[in-house]
Design a protein around this ligand. Structure first.
Ligand code: FAD
Length: 308
């Protein structure tokens, strides 16, 4: 059956189609087993056609961006995984408005807005990943969040229609958004403000150096593993106080530089990372009676692997 699907996608699109592609090649952790079918569309139309064909044949679809917030099971992912990192690359600026397609890398979008002295995105410099992933996650850093200056989002809904949602129709909260499960985000428009170049650069430099000083950027990670439970209690501080900095399982390690970053020292498996996640959760619960909640998204795990 999958051969039939591959043929259909190849007939209709110019997408790169890879059966049994290891997802570790497409995540910042460098971890993840094979996707039954991995597709890299090269245009918006390719993306829409791939989605429509896969839906016609009832294949489950998983959309990913740069895989910078993902822990994917060693057993991989069933169905079709579509990465939009090679398509949806348009950026347009009209006055104070910035239109960006969801495959654009966040740092590129930040730099582009800064070239036009537009303020509002500069704190996000250094957050890896695409705009699509950032909107789903409501990515944020150094006091700024991607949803702040958002006007609307264009998306493909579960009926294969392209629709536009205005910001008031979407709920954003800390590292969370309310997009319906099968939404595929295509583009967004931001309403930014012209500002003094120096002011924007000050924010930008603060965010850039803050990140460099506090995060283990030379190692493979997916950024913060857990959400901060409150403004007084950061997850990193709690894991550190539970004595877990440097704790490792296989090649997966809780970073000595930032305890909410778990790093892959080489050949870590998803099961190693999952063991660290469980260890940190139970230690923090036991010591502080605080339940940590994951920020990283888990894909492809079954209940047995999760230990439920
Ligand atoms: C070193 C490092 C530092 C980081 N620092 C920060 C930080 O400061 N702040 C922060 O918020 N995050 C941070 N992150 C996490 C990560 O970079 C962000 O969450 C980022 O926005 C994810 O984008 P992505 O394209 O990689 O998405 P992915 O990880 O590929 O996907 C994330 C989620 O979005 C969904 N998705 C992706 N694209 C689409 C789309 N077009 N349509 C529908 N669904 C989609 C996926 O299914 C998944 O659920 C960091 C990560 C690393 C590795």
């Amino acid at each position: 059956m999958i051969d039939f699907l591959i043929e259909k996608i190849r007939q209709k699109t110019e997408a790169t189609v890879m059966p049994n592609e290891l997802m570790g090649k497409h995540t910042t952790y460098g971890i993840g087993g094979p996707a039954e079918l991995f597709v890299l569309p090269s245009s918006k139309q390719d993306l829409i056609d791939t989605v429509m064909i896969s839906r016609d044949y009832n294949y489950p679809i998983t959309i990913i961006g740069s895989g910078s917030n993902l822990l994917i099971s060693d057993n991989g992912i069933k169905g079709v995984v579509i990465s939009i990192k090679h398509c949806l690359k348009d950026i347009r600026i009209d006055g104070d408005k910035l239109y960006v397609e969801c495959g654009v890398i966040l740092s590129k979008m930040v730099r582009e807005s800064m070239k036009h002295n537009l303020k509002g995105l500069e704190n996000l410099i250094g957050v890896p990943g695409t705009l699509g992933g950032a909107l789903i996650m409501n990515a944020g850093a150094w006091g700024g969040e991607i949803s702040e200056n958002l006007e609307n989002v264009e998306m493909l809904n579960d009926k294969n229609q392209i629709v536009s949602l205005s910001k008031k129709d979407i709920e954003f909260s800390y590292r969370s958004s309310s997009f319906a499960k099968d939404s595929i985000l295509l583009a967004a428009t931001f309403n930014l403000k012209k500002s003094k170049k120096e002011l924007i650069e000050d924010n930008f430099n603060l965010a850039k150096s803050g990140r460099k000083n506090t995060q283990p950027l030379n190692y493979r990670s997916a950024g913060s593993v857990f959400k901060n439970p409150s403004s007084e209690h950061s997850a990193g501080m709690l894991i550190d106080k539970a004595g877990l900095k440097g704790f490792s399982v296989g090649d997966a390690e809780i970073s000595n530089k930032h305890a909410n970053f778990f790093v892959n020292n080489g050949n870590a498996k998803a099961s190693d990372m999952l063991a660290l996640i469980k260890k940190a959760k139970s230690a923090v619960k036991e010591k502080f009676n605080i339940q940590l909640e994951l920020e990283v998204k888990l894909l492809g795990f079954d209940l047995k692997e999760m230990g439920n």
